[in-house]
Design a protein around this ligand. Sequence first.
Ligand SMILES: Nc1ncnc2c1ncn2[C@@H]1O[C@H](COP(=O)(O)OP(=O)(O)OP(=O)(O)O)[C@@H](O)[C@H]1O
Length: 245
Amino acid sequence: MNSSPLLAARALSAGYGDFQALFSVDFDVFAGEVVALIGANGAGKSTMLKSFVGLVPIRAGTVTFDGRDISKMPAHALASQGLALVPEGRRLFRGMTVEDNLRVAADRARRLPAGVPAWTLERLYDLFPILGERRGQAVEKLSGGQQQMVAIGRALITQPKLLLCDEISLGLAPRVIGEIYAMLPVIQQSGTAILLVEQDVTLASRSSNRICCLLEGRIVLSGRSSEISREAIAKAYFGVGHEVG
Ligand SMILES: Nc1ncnc2c1ncn2[C@@H]1O[C@H](COP(=O)(O)OP(=O)(O)OP(=O)(O)O)[C@@H](O)[C@H]1O
């Protein structure tokens, strides 16, 4: 693993009005790894992702990406830096086809160095063949899982170094979740790091190299997914002193 992180948050605080959602968070993602961010409802997971991409303003601290301070960079400028968000709820362009949803995002893509293979429509259709079959259909005609595949494809076509995924399993059937999560190693092997916000702790743990747990806006546990016990995760998830069943 490289010694300098791809994404680094330092003493990051963020919130909404009078409410503080993140308290001096230190957090890293290194190139090529999959990190899962877990925590109970309201712990601050989405806020953290949104603060990375300029959708929630940072109150204190810094976020650097690929060595550059992005703390004040507007959301629309981040795709060209190599940071892409798959937002909770997908937020596709309704009324547009699968292919047009993908094409629109390509306009904001990062310029790739020579020799680095790009995520093209063809590669995305190889990753999710059903999208190729349905490329001409309006996205609202697709199932939830297929829409999630479009949302992931739309992020990938911006050629990210880091893909931020906000609860991509939410509301989907286990089989569909399995199909989508099966593609994460393929994306990782292509050289894209992934930060997953995931409610399902078992899935989060199985799908990641490292896991971090947020509790009430603070990181309370961080380590290699293969080395952290279920008990440690449960304690961190619910807070120290909470009975673990
Ligand atoms: N737009 C907002 N305005 C005010 N408070 C907000 C807003 N969005 C989130 N919050 C509050 O910030 C805190 C963190 O919310 P956040 O959505 O980041 O949590 P989360 O860990 O992603 O939870 P969930 O799994 O429920 O999405 C919560 O207390 C939430 O109520």
